[in-house]
Design a protein around this ligand. Structure first.
Ligand code: IVH
Length: 683
C-alpha cells in the first residue's frame, strides 16, 4: 500500500459531508433527528479534522461551514444579476381593491394571485451553480449589494447543496433572512445578564439592548466573525425564483418545486381567485401574527402566472404584478392614567405609564415604559392624555406619541417628583446623562435590596438559601442594612420570622458560613463597586492580590492595569474614599471573608510569557481548559479568545478549529502543540 495514498480519507470526507447534511435536514427541516447531539458532534469533529489535514479537498458545501469560523474583513460589493426591487404598499381593503381594479384594467380580467406572509427581515439573493450555493448577496441599493456568503452558510435551513431531479445549472432565488423571536430573546437575555453584571442601571440596560429582531438580523448578517453569526440562530424563508432557467409559469408551482429541493418556503401560502378570499386569508395570517415564531408585517400578493407578470411589468421601483398589504404596526391609542416612578436597584428613577387596558398584538397592555424625564417633557405627557403605545419588536411596550388634541381641558403639565418616591431623598443626575438617580445610595430600600441580592448572587457569594424575598424580610423585620449585618444574624432572630423553620434557618446560616471560603475575586465582585463586574474584579484581584493593596492604589496604578480605564479607576477610588464603605469592609473582614488572593492564583508579573497574548485552542491530554488558562497566566501570559495580529502564541491542543489554525498560520503566529509547549516552557 502506498503510504501517501489518502484517497480513503477523501472518500470519507465526501461521505461525512453527505451524512452530516442528511442529519442536518432531519434535525432542522423535519424535526426528526435520529442521532444524539453528541454523535452528531463527533461526526462533525471528524470532518473538521480531515479538512484541516486536507484543506484542498474541503468542499464549498461542507457542513462544517454551518458552525462558521471564517472572518470577513470587508464585505465585497457585487452587482445583482437583476435589480432587487421593493414592493408597493397598501394599508386598507380599499387600496387593495384598487390594485385589483388596476389588474383587471391591464389584463381584461382578475387573475389568480398568490398570498404569502410578509416576513419582517432582510432581503437576500442566493445563487446556486450546479446545485451548490455559491453566493449570497444582500439587497444593498437594489442594484448592488454585499457578498455575505460565509455568514449565510451558517443558516441551517438554507441548503448548501440541492438534492433531487431537474436542478438547473444556474439558479437564483430570493428570500428573507430573519431572527426568530426566541433567538432574539435569548440574545437579549444574555446581553442583559452581562450588563447587569457590569452594574448598569435598568434604564441604561434598556438603552443598550437589541431593539427588534429585524435590525438585529440585519446587524448579525454583517458581523465579521461567521462563528458568531452561527451562534445568533438566524433563519430564512425563500419566496421567489428569480432566474429563468428551468422556471415554470406558475409562481405557486415554482415555490412547490423550491420546497422539494429543501428550500424553506413561508407557511400560509395560498392561491386566491378574488378580493374576498384574499381579505379572508389576510385576516387568517393577521390572526396568527402574535403566535408565529417570527415577525411579519403584512401579506404579499403576487400574480401567479409569470406570463401575466411579464405583461404587467415594472414601475421604476416595484413590480406591477405584486403588492404588500401591510398590517397595522402593533400599536394602539389609549388613555394615560398616571405616571409612576419606579426605583431600580441602582437608584435609577424610571417613569412607568399606567394605561387604560388596550389590546396590542394579541395581549392586553396596561403598562408601558417611558424612557426618562426628558421624554415626558418632549412629548409633554400628562395624565389623561391620549397616547400611542407600540410593541417594539415584542419587548416591553413603549409610548411613542401623544395626541394632545384629545387632552382634557383641566390637564396640567406633569411635574417630575423632586424626591425619590421610596425614601424621600433628592435625586441627582450625572452630567450628560438623562437618567435621574436617588442620592440615598446606602439607605434607599430598593437600592439596598439590590445590593444585598447582588451580594448573595451565584457569581458573587453564592448563598443560595437567601433569595430576594428573604432579604426584603431581613431588611424590614431584622433591620439588616448591609451585607455584614447578615453575618451577625442569630438563629433565634431568623426563627422569630413567620414561615422559617429550623431547617431553613440552618440552610441560611450554613450558606453564610460557607461563603467565608469564597475566593477574594468573587468577594470583590460581591461588593458591588460600580463598573466592577465579574471580569474586572478578577483582573483587579489578580493584579493587586488584596483589598488592602487595591484600596491604596493610586489612579496611575489603577490605570496601569489591563482593561482598567478612567471611569472604572474613578469609581474604585470614590468607593474607597467613603468612610461608610471602609467601615463595612472592616466589618466584613472581621466576619472572616477572604480579602486576599490565594497566592497560586496571582498574576505573575515577570515570567517567560510576560506581556504575551496567548490563544488556547482545542483539547489537551494533561490539562482541562481552565488548567491551561491558569498555567499560561502563571507564566505571566494573558489568554485571549480569538486569533488576531496582536496574538503572540497559539497553544494548539487536539482538534483545534481549522479556521483558527489557518488564520494563525496566515498571520505567521507561532503555534505550539501541547508537547512543544511543555518542552519550551515547563521542561
Ligand atoms: S416579493 C419582486 N415576498 O418585503 C419580488 N417580498 O417591502 C419582491 N418581503 O424587498 C419581493 N416577505 O424584502 C416578497 N413573501 C414575500 C416577502 C417579501 C417579505 C420583503 C422583501 C421586499 C420587501 C418589500
Amino acid at each position: 500500500m502506498n503510504l501517501f495514498d489518502f484517497s480513503g480519507e477523501r472518500e470519507e470526507m465526501d461521505r461525512l459531508c453527505e451524512e452530516i447534511e442528511a442529519h442536518n435536514r432531519r434535525y432542522y427541516l423535519e424535526d426528526a433527528p435520529i442521532i444524539s447531539d453528541r454523535e452528531f458532534d463527533a461526526l462533525l469533529q471528524r470532518l473538521q479534522e480531515l479538512e484541516s489535514l486536507h484543506p484542498e479537498w474541503k468542499r464549498s458545501d461542507s457542513p462544517t461551514q454551518r458552525v462558521g469560523g471564517g472572518l470577513t474583513e470587508r464585505f465585497q460589493t457585487v452587482a445583482h444579476s437583476r435589480p432587487m426591487l421593493s414592493l408597493d404598499n397598501t394599508y386598507d381593503a380599499e387600496e387593495l381593491a384598487a390594485f385589483f381594479v388596476r389588474l383587471e384594467k391591464a389584463l381584461g380580467s382578475i387573475p389568480p394571485v398568490v398570498c404569502e406572509p410578509k416576513i419582517d427581515g432582510v432581503a437576500i439573493a442566493l445563487h446556486y451553480t450546479k446545485g451548490i450555493l455559491t453566493q449570497a448577496i444582500t439587497r444593498g441599493n437594489g442594484t448592488e449589494g454585499d457578498d455575505v456568503t460565509q455568514n449565510v452558510k451558517t443558516i441551517h435551513r438554507i441548503p448548501l447543496r440541492l438534492h433531487g431531479p431537474n436542478i438547473p445549472d444556474e439558479l437564483e432565488v430570493r428570500g428573507e433572512i430573519f431572527m426568530p423571536k426566541s433567538a432574539f430573546h435569548r440574545l437579549n437575555d444574555a446581553l442583559k445578564t452581562q450588563l447587569q453584571d457590569k452594574g448598569l442601571a435598568e434604564a441604561e440596560i434598556q438603552d443598550q439592548l437589541y431593539k427588534n429582531p429585524r435590525n438585529t438580523a440585519s446587524g448579525s448578517l454583517k458581523l465579521q466573525d461567521s462563528s458568531e453569526v452561527a451562534r445568533r440562530g438566524l433563519d430564512a424563508f425563500i419566496y421567489y425564483w428569480a432566474s429563468e432557467m428551468g422556471r415554470g409559469q406558475s409562481h405557486h408551482q415554482n415555490l412547490k418545486q423550491l420546497a422539494e429541493w429543501n428550500f424553506p418556503i413561508p407557511p400560509m401560502v395560498t392561491k386566491c381567485g378574488q378580493l374576498e378570499s384574499v381579505l379572508q386569508h389576510a385576516s387568517l395570517i393577521e390572526g396568527q401574527r402574535p403566535d408565529l415564531p417570527f415577525d411579519i408585517d403584512g401579506m404579499v400578493l403576487k400574480v401567479d402566472d409569470l406570463s401575466l407578470q411579464q405583461e404587467l411589468g415594472f414601475t421604476a421601483k416595484s413590480p406591477r404584478w405584486a403588492i404588500a398589504y401591510k398590517f397595522e404596526a402593533e400599536q394602539a391609542y389609549t388613555r394615560l392614567l398616571s405616571i409612576e416612578i419606579q426605583v431600580g436597584r441602582t437608584g435609577a428613577l424610571t417613569p412607568v405609564a399606567n394605561l387604560s387596558p388596550v389590546q396590542l398584538a394579541g395581549t392586553t397592555v396596561k403598562r408601558a415604559s417611558i424612557h426618562n424625564a426628558d421624554f415626558i417633557r418632549e412629548l409633554d405627557l400628562r395624565p389623561g392624555d391620549w397616547v400611542r403605545v407600540e410593541k417594539g419588536g415584542d419587548i416591553i411596550p413603549k409610548i411613542t406619541d401623544n395626541d394632545t388634541t384629545q387632552r382634557p381641558t383641566s390637564s396640567r403639565p406633569y411635574h417630575f417628583p423632586d424626591l425619590c418616591p421610596e425614601c424621600r431623598s433628592p435625586w441627582q443626575q450625572n452630567p450628560g446623562e438623562a437618567i435621574r438617580y436617588c442620592s440615598n445610595h446606602k439607605g434607599c430600600p430598593p437600592q439596598l435590596l439590590g445590593k444585598l441580592t447582588h451580594f448573595v448572587g451565584r457569581k458573587a457569594m453564592d448563598i443560595q438559601a437567601l433569595g430576594e424575598k428573604t432579604l426584603a424580610l431581613f431588611m424590614e423585620r431584622l433591620a439588616v442594612a448591609s451585607p455584614s449585618d447578615m453575618y451577625r444574624l442569630t438563629a433565634s432572630q431568623i426563627l422569630s420570622l413567620e414561615g422559617f423553620q429550623e431547617k431553613s434557618v440552618n440552610n441560611i446560616l450554613d450558606g453564610l458560613e460557607q461563603s467565608k471560603q469564597v475566593p477574594f475575586e468573587r468577594v470583590l465582585f460581591a461588593l458591588g463597586i460600580r463598573h466592577v463586574g465579574e471580569t474586572v474584579a478578577k483582573t483587579l484581584a489578580r493584579h493587586f492580590g488584596s483589598l488592602e493593596a487595591l484600596s491604596q492604589a493610586s489612579k496611575e496604578e489603577l490605570l496601569a492595569v489591563d482593561e482598567i480605564g478612567e471611569v472604572i479607576a474613578d469609581f474604585i477610588q470614590l468607593y474607597f474614599a467613603d468612610t461608610e464603605n471602609r467601615a463595612e469592609i472592616e466589618a466584613l473582614e472581621g466576619v472572616g471573608l477572604q480579602f486576599q488572593m490565594d497566592p497560586s492564583a496571582m498574576i505573575v508579573q515577570q515570567g517567560p510569557l510576560s506581556g504575551k497574548q496567548v490563544v488556547v485552542s482545542g483539547t489537551f491530554t494533561e490539562w482541562s481548559r481552565d488548567e491551561v488558562t491558569r498555567l499560561v497566566e502563571s507564566l505571566g501570559g494573558k489568554c485571549v479568545g480569538s486569533v488576531s495580529s496582536k496574538t503572540d502564541l497559539v497553544l494548539a491542543g487536539e482538534a483545534m478549529g481549522p479556521a483558527k489554525r489557518a488564520k494563525a498560520e496566515s498571520l505567521g503566529i507561532q503555534i505550539l502543540s501541547e508537547a512543544e509547549f511543555k518542552k519550551n516552557y515547563l521542561g
